[in-house]
Design a protein around this ligand. Structure first.
Ligand code: AHG
Ligand code: MN
Ligand code: MN
Length: 322
């Protein structure tokens, strides 16, 4: 049984970064416990607040955010944190090297119906002395990430993460309270016939995306020549996890519901970490027009169109956009 800490050490992760990742996991184990308590702890349902994205915050969005934020800003190696649930980035320690961005609870519309949710995190290195409450220090492209991962709170609690040396899967052993390595070097199958997209937005998509999905729906008689299956969990973590295990393509493209938004998903704590994981597992990740990790962020809450998963299928979607 290889514990997370041992795997990080074997991958050459320095002790400072290791302690940052360890603290993220302390918070995630607490989140897993609280999700398990659910109604018993009286923490289901919504708050009366909205986040900076204009979304109503669930009680568990706020609780998960506070757990991650509080432990990370107290970590001496953390310069600052940025979260979906915080309007601005928050300072940690002035001489801390690491910047952590996170989506404390992804897929939170699933909470009240007891379906899968997750936590997504991304770790960058500060490139200069800018303090962590100035978002400028965070505005680096996804290629600069030194670690990225997600925790999936499903029937078991899983951690999937990368420090740039492939992707490993850990399962939380609740007996000992540790994440234990259960699959090494995950690889996404290159081909797939399974797509995930919220079809109810079809009429708002760009013509390129409409065309690709139309062609998928035509099955073996259509130009793509195969019969596609479809899934939509409405939780990106669960969706990406399915793709890592059995292949597939996940899309949340640009749509014209609010033309001022580049997409629904956020670059710095959804798009980038998931892209690093997917690429490290041999998959691909694109906006449809460029690699997500090459997009230069202008703000901590920037949005991005997302197309990721099995390499050859992502290449087809990119070809529709040319
Ligand atoms: P969050 O719960 O962090 O706001 O993210 C939800 C995201 C993503 O996980 C999911 O793929 C997508 O939003 C679901 O959107 P729809 O409700 O439009 O299906
Ligand atoms: Mn999310
Ligand atoms: Mn969220």
């Amino acid at each position: 049984m290889k514990r997370l800490i041992k795997v990080l050490a074997a991958d050459g992760v320095n002790s400072e970064l290791e302690l940052v990742i360890k603290d993220v996991m302390v918070a995630c184990k607490d989140i897993a416990y609280k999700l398990g308590q659910g109604e018993l702890a009286g923490i289901l349902g919504a708050t009366e607040d909205e986040n900076v994205q204009g979304e109503t915050q669930k009680m568990l969005d706020v609780i998960s955010n506070d757990l991650l934020k509080d432990i990370l800003v107290a970590n001496p190696y953390v310069r600052g944190v940025g979260s979906e649930e915080e309007d601005y980035t928050i300072a940690g320690h002035a001489d801390g090297k690491y910047l952590v961005t996170f989506d404390p609870l992804d897929g939170s519309s699933n909470i009240d119906v007891n379906l899968s949710v997750g936590t997504i995190f991304s770790i960058l290195e500060a490139q200069d002395a800018t303090p962590g409450d100035n978002q400028e220090v965070f505005l680096q492209n996804g290629r600069k990430q030194v670690a990225a991962g997600y925790v999936l709170y499903g029937p078991s609690t899983l951690l999937v993460m990368t420090t740039g040396k492939g992707v490993n899967l850990f399962t939380l052993d609740t007996n000992v309270g540790e994440f234990v390595l259960t699959k090494e070097g995950l690889q996404i199958p290159e081909d797939t016939a399974e797509f995930a997209i919220n079809m109810s937005n079809q009429r708002f998509w760009e013509p390129e995306m409409k065309q690709y999905i139309d062609d998928c729906l035509q099955g073996e008689e259509g130009p793509l020549g195969k019969r596609y299956n479809m899934r939509w969990v409405a939780s990106m973590v669960a969706e990406v996890h399915r793709i890592l295990i059995r292949g597939g393509i996940f899309m949340y493209p640009y749509d014209s519901r609010d033309p001022s938004k580049a997409g629904k998903l956020r670059l710095m704590y959804e798009g980038n970490p998931m892209s690093m994981i997917v690429e490290q597992a041999g998959g691909a990740s694109s906006t449809g027009r460029m690699d997500i990790m090459d997009v230069q962020p202008d703000g901590i809450h920037d949005r991005v169109p997302v197309v990721l998963g099995s390499k050859n299928e992502v290449a087809k979607v990119v070809a529709y956009h040319k």
